[in-house]
Write a protein that binds this ligand. Structure first.
Ligand SMILES: [Zn+2]
Length: 42
């Protein structure tokens, strides 16, 4: 899958909100750490 290949080639993702390195547990459009995502959902 081309999209998956694209993300695998990226350097470690960082949260766009706080700059924390995001663990590679999401395979798609995630640019925020769990804490910041939770903040948006609240
Ligand atoms: Zn964050």
């Amino acid at each position: 899958m081309l999209t998956l290949e694209f993300y695998r080639n990226l350097p470690k993702k960082q949260c766009r909100e706080c700059g924390k390195t995001i663990e590679e547990q999401h395979e798609s459009y995630v640019y925020e750490c769990e804490r910041c995502m939770g903040k948006h959902e609240a």
